[in-house]
Design a protein around this ligand. Sequence first.
Ligand SMILES: [Zn+2]
Length: 503
Amino acid sequence: MGELIKEKRISSLPSGTLILRIRSMAKEERLFLKVWVDNAKKRVVFAETSSDFVDVLFSFLTLPLGTIIKLLSDNSGLGCIDNLYDSIKQLSDEHFSTKACKNMLLSPCSAAAEYCEKLKLNVYGPRVFYCCKMDDCISRTRCYYSSVWQTRCYYCGEFMNEIVPWRNDETTDGVFVKKNDTKFMITDDFRVTQSSVSAFYDRLKELDVKDINLLEEWILEFGREELLNLLKESLRTKEALTNIFFPDLCIRCTSPQCKNWMEIIMNKSKGNAELEIQEMLIIPIVNRTSNKVMCAVVGKEFVDQLLSFLTFPLGSVLKLIGYSDSFGCMNNLYDSIHELKIKYFKSEEAKSMLISPKLAPFFGYRKQMLYMEESSPLVPSSLYGCQKCYWDNNNSPCITVSCKHGVQQSHFIEIDPMLDKADTYIDEGFVRSDQNFLVTDDLHVTPISLPYFIQILKRQGLHADQLEYGEIVIERPHVYNLLKTMLTSETTLSDALSFRQVE
Ligand SMILES: [Zn+2]
């Protein structure tokens, strides 16, 4: 992550303003954040910025969990989710329903990607799609593409690996928030409000700042790398801006253990009785001495439940699990969107895209016990002539009656990455059926292997007589609790499943 360098700003900013630049070499869009710092107490009191920066902060909520792990180089520091993500990398292709299924989990698409592409600083990179490279497959009246790498071509069955960038419509009036002169105030823990004297006064009072002469005004400059650093800090501490500003102070926030989980689950389960409750059985192997689950033998259905969490957008996870101390600044950010009046947003749609972000098209796992809405695929676009001629002509449509491939009009249709060949599903879900897996307490998922099991035993210095095993029927409350503890605890199975049921 970028190294902090303090510099005096020479001109163009009001005198007395210092600039703290987090230097990176690449030329890219930069975002600026004005912050007021209490140097004596070593903290950022508040920040003020325009809609561009707020748009970027809000966009964090649209990111699927798997995308967050990928952006943070498998090091989000959240519970066990990094281990789960790493397990997918380690599992060979043969365990997945299709090759594309593995890619779906390692690089989940966001349903808000089209919006986020218009951000002033987009950490997610340009949006692309994949299509077949065979001329015969893309010069027909129906032409297929996928948002996921290595989806099978509908016609020839080969992987669609030809990368095509989406055409990006330039926007000038903001992404989620209206672009105008409105300034927003952001607190250290990501409460976002419209800038006002009363908000300023309340903040000073809250932090007991009496002498405003002691506040220093600084400008923070953000590129992609610095923004990712901010994302990381904001997920695990409530002092994201302070930690960016005073990196030496950076204190790792301890994840509180999940308390009263039975109560939480019961409350959550009410009102969802209409949802069909499915069941699955797992075999936890418990260390009797420590009262912890060492690992569990699980089937495909359980693994699919776990893996599909990676496709969940952060905002929807926060909505689902409710308030938790463990998500750094993210709950405040989420609440701010609720509380900000609709007049600040571009549209109702933009606001709801942040409050209830949906899964990208085709990313839903049909048997997922926690309901997560999937967005509809784009309406197939149509043009005169075939796609091949369209691309060959630099994206200009055919002007003759039909193109040289004899196509008058063609349709461009997104294909389901879970389809193996043409219209056949090889399986349902991300991993193939008829497999059993071993899941450790900290969510390393591997195929069942006796040597690996012995290795875990040895690593933990356990004797066989210290272990016992039983069965747990996994129901929706367990799945709910798995999602929650996976993000906060390093002993997810023990904390989420209440293994005492084994006794
Ligand atoms: Zn093809």
